[in-house]
Design a protein around this ligand. Sequence first.
Ligand code: AP5
Length: 216
Amino acid sequence: MRVVLLGAPGAGKGTHCKRIADRYQVAHLSSGDILRRERAAGSDLGRKAQGYMDAGALVPDDLIVEMMTKAIGQAAGGYVLDGFPRTVNQAEVLDTSLAAQNAATDMVVNLRVSDNVVLERITGRRSCPKCGTVYHVKNMPPKTPGVCDKDGTPLVQRPDDTEEVVRNRLQTYYRQTEPVVDYYKARCTVHDIDADGDADLVAAEIFARLDALARK
Ligand code: AP5
C-alpha cells in the first residue's frame, strides 16, 4: 500500500499517518520528522534545513527529494507519506520514480481544515521525542500532563509552533503546496476529508477508504 496524505499544517497528517501505519503495517515516512532527526543529529542536511524550517519556509526540493527517495526505497512493505510531496516538482519526481519501477501511488487523501482550527491545534501540540506520538494539551491530552502515555518520556513543543511561524507556514502551504492537490486531482481520485472535527471520526473516515483499498 502506497498512500499520500496531504493537508495544511495542523490538519492532522502526523496524527493520522501514525494510526494508518499501525493499522496497515506500513512505514510512516514523515519528511518533517526526518528533518527534525537530522537537525538533532547535527548532520549537514539538518544544518542546511534549519533556517528554512524555523522561518516556516520550505526546504529546497533537491535536499528533500534525495532524502525522501532514500526513505521510500527502504520501505519495501509499503508506506504512508506525511508532508511529502509538498511542491508540484516533488510530486512529479515521486511519480517519475514510481513509474520507473512500474508502480504508482495507490491512494491520495487530502485533509481539509480551517485556518482558525490550525492555529489552535498547533499552538497546543506536544509530542514525544522518543516514539513520535502526538498529543494536544486540550483535544488529546496525555493521561499524565507533559508525559508520553507509551514510554513515559517528557513531551516537547516544536520550535516552529509559535503563532508567527504558523502563519508563515500557512502562507507557504497556500502558495506552494495547495497546487499539489490540483496536480493529483488532474491525474487520480483525491479523497477529500473534512478534518476539522473529532480525530476519531476523521480516522474512521480515512480507514473506511483504506479498508476498501486493502480489500482490492
Ligand atoms: P512538518 O513537520 O511536515 O509540518 P507541517 O506540515 O507544518 O505539519 P504539522 O506537523 O505542523 O501538522 P500535522 O498535519 O502533522 O498535524 P498533527 O497531526 O501534528 O514540516 C515542518 C517543516 O519541515 C516545514 O515547515 C518545512 O520547512 C520542512 N519540510 C517538511 N517536509 C517538506 C517538504 N516535503 N518539502 C520542503 N520542506 C519540507 O496535529 C496538530 C495538532 O492537532 C496535534 O496536537 C494533534 O494532537 C491535534 N489534532 C490533530 N487532529 C485533530 C483533530 N481532528 N481534532 C483535534 N485535535 C487534533
